[in-house]
Design a protein around this ligand. Structure first.
Ligand code: HEM
Length: 365
């Protein structure tokens, strides 16, 4: 045991002398976690699902073929011939949905705790970009199985994009690569899904986490934005102040986080085994199904477009997205507690109830 200890110390020292790995490790460990912070681990769980997506995605790409003639057959092959192929595909599909769900829950946590306010404006903006990229992941991935649902849901989705004022028709052309959904659409969706989006998410994620690391987590108990109760600079585990206000990131926070990931992994396997990802008939551009609906996370937009005038149904979500992106600059109220932010919380609750109602309406209409 002692011999093993000294061997690992020697290996550590070898790297320390050359690359100063201790500095990096210290910087990662000395993060400020306010005792009163309640993140519910939503951000970390979203990151976990992203990692699952990358691993299962790489495995799927080994067999998947991105052409209209071969795509559907390759998915059938993955599900029926490849060992555990059906499980990998189901985990990929469930994890995609859960990544979107937890990303939204994380946004809501940050919003209701006022953690987007100064000095975390840019962290919020980068997070917003991550949500947009995550939704694009869902949109581009949906077409890849090339079954009836994939084909017609993408037809509806690109039509919605085409209805945007000014840029609509150019965007529709860019997405489809022509007037219809064809081999060109499939190959550009595939390229964006497996290369452009993973690299972009990685880049923004590194930025996001670096920002969180540099500032520490927001303390929801602070009175207003001018009152960052935590001392700036490095976390000093020995000081009496740190004992009262701060928890060390390592091992306290990271251990809880890993337990949360473990529970999510178990949930993922159970869901993927009990409710495997389905596959409809192969895409047929000549036979329009009776009901084509997008995935649950776009249902509120779809239902909105059905019941309110098209120009309002398209413009309203764009305006809402711009307001959300610039929220930290638009909301000038310096207070943190929800009871002192009646306008922001009120508008947030109304928007949330609206989105949930339209989603349920869209699902059952
Ligand atoms: C792929 C999506 C995302 C990932 C993986 C991610 C990851 C994380 C992680 C791990 C943290 C540390 C605290 C925690 O676990 O909650 C964090 C904090 C934060 N995130 Fe995200 N995030 C994502 C999307 C977003 C979105 C959509 C927003 C808002 C628009 C956002 C805004 C923030 C802010 C402001 C903080 C600092 C919160 C605080 O100090 O309490 N993030 N994020």
């Amino acid at each position: 045991m002692e011999a093993q200890d000294s061997r690992s110390r020697r290996i550590w020292n070898w790297f320390e002398v050359r690359y100063r790995v201790g500095t990096v490790a210290n910087a990662m460990v000395h993060v400020k976690i306010p005792r009163s912070a309640r993140t519910f681990y939503f951000g970390g769980i979203t990151m976990f699902f992203f990692m699952v997506q990358v691993i299962t995605g790489v495995l799927l790409v080994i067999y998947y073929q991105p052409t209209p003639d071969a795509a559907y057959g390759s998915i059938l092959f993955i599900m029926n011939e490849v060992s555990f192929g059906w499980l990998i595909r189901s985990v990929h599909s469930w994890s995609a949905n859960l990544m979107i769900l937890f990303c939204v829950l994380h946004l809501l946590r940050v919003f209701f705790q006022g953690a987007y306010k100064r000095p975390r404006e840019v962290t919020w903006g980068v997070g917003f970009a991550l949500l947009a990229l995550t939704l694009l992941f869902g949109f581009t991935g949906y077409l890849l199985p090339w079954d009836q649902r994939a084909y017609w849901a993408t037809t509806v989705g690109t039509e919605i994009a085409g209805a945007l004022p000014i840029v609509g028709s150019a965007l529709d052309l860019l997405l489809r690569g022509g007037s219809d959904i064809t081999a060109r659409t499939l190959s550009r969706f595939f390229g964006v899904h497996v290369l452009v989006l993973p690299l972009s998410v990685l880049l923004f994620l590194v930025l996001h986490l670096t920002m969180v690391h540099q500032q520490g987590l927001a303390d929801p108990k602070r009175e207003n934005v001018n009152d960052e109760t935590l001392p700036p600079g490095d976390f000093n585990p020995g000081s009496p102040e740190s004992k009262r206000q701060l928890l060390p990131f390592f091992p306290n926070y990271i251990l809880d986080e890993i337990i949360a990931w473990y529970i999510m992994l178990a949930a993922l396997i159970v869901l993927a085994s009990l409710f495997p990802a389905g596959l409809e008939e192969a895409a047929n551009p000549l036979s329009t199904p009776a009901h084509t609906k997008p995935e649950w996370y776009f249902l509120f937009l779809y239902q909105g477009l059905k019941v309110i005038p098209r120009i309002v149904g398209v413009t309203l979500p764009i305006v809402a997205a711009v307001v959300l992106l610039f929220l930290p600059f638009l909301d000038r109220n310096p207070y943190i507690a929800a009871r002192r932010r009646p306008i922001a919380i009120g508008l947030g609750v109304i928007s949330l109830v609206g989105i949930i109602s339209f989603t349920i309406w869209g699902r059952f209409s």
